[in-house]
Design a protein around this ligand. Structure first.
Ligand code: SF4
Length: 247
C-alpha cells in the first residue's frame, strides 16, 4: 500500500457495547476515492462487522449521511484527498439515536414527515378522461427547489435546535411540507398547518440557517421555514379577524 489515511470510526453495537467507542482503520489514500469507498474497503478487506448505509454513490439516494471530521456530509461526496495528513473522524449523524455503528434510527424523522402529509392532496380528483394536471413553468418554479430533497438528514445533524429540542419537526420535513403547499395542484395546506403552525412546527426554528448551509441539494430549508412562518402568521390573523374564526 502506498499513501494511506487513518479513519477513526465510531463503533457501537447496542447488544454488546455499554457505550460508543472508536476504532482506527488504515485505508489506501486514492485521489479518486470518497469516504464511502474507504468504508467499503474497511468492510470488504479489514472488518466485515462495520455497519453503515450507502447505495447510489451519486448523491441521489441520501443514505450515506454521516459526520465526517465533525461536519454533516454525504460519504459519497466527500473525497479522502481533502483530509491528507489527518486522522479522519467518522461518526453517525448528530441528533439521532445510534442503531449500530454509523447507522442512525430514522423512525422519529419518518413519523414527523408522515404527520405533514408529504404528498399531493388534490381538491378535486381528476378522472383519466380529464387528463393530466397541467402547470405553468412559473408554477413549477415555485416548488421545484424544495422538491430536490433526498432525505439525507444532514440538515437535522446541523440544526442547533434539534440538539436541544428533539420534538422540533425539523428542516427537511418542514421544507417538504412547504414544497407541497407551494404546488398549484395541492389543497392540503390547512391539513399540514396542524403541524407547521404548532409550537414544534416552524416556530421552533430560530433561523440559524445551518440546515441550508450543509444541504447537498441546495434545498434551502431555512427559506422554506421562514416562508411558512409568514403563511402561519397570516392564518393566525385571519382566524382572529374573520367571522367564524376560521383561516
Ligand atoms: S433538506 Fe437538504 S440536507 Fe435536509 S434532508 Fe433534504 S437534501 Fe438532505
Amino acid at each position: 500500500m502506498s499513501e494511506t489515511l487513518t479513519l477513526r470510526v465510531l463503533r457501537y453495537d447496542p447488544d454488546r457495547d455499554t457505550e460508543p467507542r472508536t476504532q482506527d482503520y488504515t485505508v489506501p489514500l486514492r485521489d479518486e476515492w470518497v469516504v464511502l469507498d474507504a468504508l467499503a474497503y474497511v468492510k470488504d478487506e479489514l472488518d466485515p462487522t462495520l455497519a453503515y448505509r450507502g447505495s447510489c454513490h451519486m448523491a441521489l439516494c441520501g443514505s450515506c449521511g454521516m459526520m465526517i471530521d465533525r461536519q454533516p456530509k454525504l460519504a459519497c461526496h466527500t473525497f479522502l484527498r481533502d483530509y491528507r495528513g489527518k486522522v479522519l473522524l467518522i461518526e453517525p449523524l448528530d441528533h439521532f439515536p445510534i442503531e449500530r455503528d454509523l447507522i442512525v434510527d430514522q423512525d422519529g424523522f419518518l413519523e414527523k414527515l408522515a404527520s405533514l402529509y408529504p404528498y399531493l392532496i388534490a381538491e378535486h380528483e381528476r378522472t383519466v378522461e380529464q387528463g393530466e394536471y397541467r402547470q405553468l413553468p412559473t408554477e413549477l418554479a415555485k416548488f421545484r427547489p424544495f422538491a430536490q430533497c433526498i432525505n439525507c438528514l444532514l440538515c437535522y445533524a446541523a440544526c442547533p435546535q434539534m440538539a436541544i429540542n428533539p420534538d422540533f419537526a425539523g428542516p427537511a420535513a418542514l421544507a417538504l411540507a412547504h414544497r407541497y403547499n407551494q404546488d398549484s395542484r395541492d389543497a392540503g395546506e390547512l391539513a399540514r398547518a396542524e403541524v407547521t403552525d404548532s409550537p414544534h412546527g416552524v416556530w421552533d426554528c430560530t433561523f440559524v440557517g445551518a440546515c441550508s448551509t450543509v444541504c447537498p441539494k441546495q434545498v434551502d430549508p431555512a427559506a422554506a421555514i421562514q416562508q411558512t412562518k409568514i403563511s402561519a402568521s397570516y392564518r393566525w390573523l385571519k382566524a382572529r379577524l374573520l367571522p367564524g374564526g376560521k383561516p
